[in-house]
Design a protein around this ligand. Structure first.
Ligand code: AOF
Ligand code: ZN
Length: 373
């Protein structure tokens, strides 16, 4: 199963909103076939493994990181392929919460006389596909808060300068991340201050992230790099519903420049971030990365809407009480409210450290069970 999980991970960035799935076929104690779901719309892991199999798989055991599907989607059911191939046993890490499957894959296999065991390495499998599970359970994408800071915790100097805090290797890593998420999110303050273009450069992108600007009062200038490049990579300008009503001419101009402009429920020019995530989930976005500024990162943090933090820490000092903070919202009041990050992962990227940790618990990603679909 660990091998199957490692194979599954190779699909990251190319399969979403599908899950990453790996499959290993074992016959008489020997691996006779391996496969994984390589890209959205392509064959599922089971069929990929069966296709690459040496010789017969009659009587073999299939180790799969997710319950095999039993529905006709973009591809025919995997249960059918496994049954036809004569597999004797299926070991699945976890069940598939997808409405069209949800235990029916397991049942179909059992009815065909195949022995099915579920629950091998379930924690690893859930961690691998945490974003997929969250999207299926809550209708919302996985939210990553990403920022680069100095050792004293600043994301810009008192004059607002932030180019560059981290070194070239860390910046390249940040671009790699952009190349595998569905969206990058910034606030209008960052657009006005830095005029970023938020594209994925210097590395090969696995998918093209939509560039989302939270712009409650629709202040984005048409001269912004984002607007000027809107035909090269999608730009979604999100404004508060009231703001859209007041500035519909401006919205029209942005649209004719290639931007999509939508109004989301909000209060006092502030966009309701939960409603925004619902909308992004409806668009089947699986991973969104919030890149700043501090106000936006702070709002996601304060409202407990983030699932993961990814922090680049540079061995530099900025100082100054007016220098900018990464989480410039309200923050917590007492240390008792702080979440302890036991599972933090850290590695060096050139001179900088990249630290990532989970912010949401499993419950948080499961609480809002989406009905219907
Ligand atoms: C599997 N093995 O490797 C994957 C599965 O549109 P389709 O046909 O690609 O189906 C997508 C759904 O199939 C997806 O939502 C999930 O429930 C399941 N993914 N199932 O048996 C795989 N990728
Ligand atoms: Zn399948």
């Amino acid at each position: 199963m660990r091998r199957a999980l490692a194979l599954a991970a190779r699909g990251r960035g190319r399969v979403e909103p599908n899950p990453m799935v790996g499959c290993v076929l074992v016959r008489r104690g020997r691996i006779v076939g391996e496969g994984w779901h390589r890209r959205f719309g392509g064959p599922h892991a089971e069929r990929d493994a069966l296709r690459r199999c040496e010789g017969s798989v009659g009587g073999a055991t299939a180790y799969v990181t997710l319950e095999p599907c039993c529905h006709y989607g973009k591809t025919p059911p995997c249960t059918e392929a496994l049954i036809e191939a004569g597999v004797a046993r299926v070991v699945a890490a976890v069940a598939d919460p997808f409405a069209a499957v949800r235990g029916r894959g397991i049942r179909t296999l059992r009815e065909a006389g195949i022995r099915v065991d579920v629950g091998v390495c379930p924690a690893e499998a859930e961690r691998l596909n945490a974003a997929y599970f969250k999207l299926r359970h809550t209708g919302r994408p996985w939210v990553i808060l990403k920022w680069a800071q100095s050792l004293d915790g600043k994301i810009a100097t008192r004059t607002g300068d932030s180019r560059w805090i981290t070194g070239a290797a860390a910046r390249r890593e940040a671009h790699r991340l952009r190349g595998r998420v569905d969206a990058v999110v910034v606030g209008i303050g960052t657009v006005l201050a830095d005029d970023p273009d938020l594209t994925c450069r210097h590395v090969r992108a696995k998918r093209v992230a939509t560039r989302i600007v939270l712009d409650g009062r629709l202040r984005i200038p048409r001269s912004a790099k984002l607007v000027k490049t809107a035909r090269q990579a999608p730009v979604l300008v999100v404004t508060a519903q009231a703001g859209l009503r007041g500035r519909s001419a401006e919205a029209r101009r942005l649209r004719s420049a290639g931007c999509e402009v939508i109004g989301i429920r909000g209060r006092g020019g502030r966009i309701d971030l939960g409603a925004l995530l619902d909308e992004l989930g409806r668009r089947e976005m699986t991973n969104v990365m919030v890149e700043g500024g501090g106000e936006v990162l702070g709002a996601f943090f304060d409202e407990k809407l983030a699932d993961e933090a990814l922090v680049f820490v540079a061995p530099k000092l900025i100082g100054g009480r007016e220098a900018l903070d990464p989480l410039a919202g309200r923050g917590i009041g007492t240390m008792a409210e702080a979440v302890a990050f036991g599972g933090a992962r850290r590695r060096w990227v050139g001179e900088d450290q990249m630290i990532s940790f989970r912010l949401s618990d499993d419950l948080g990603t499961r609480r809002r069970v989406r009905g219907g679909s």
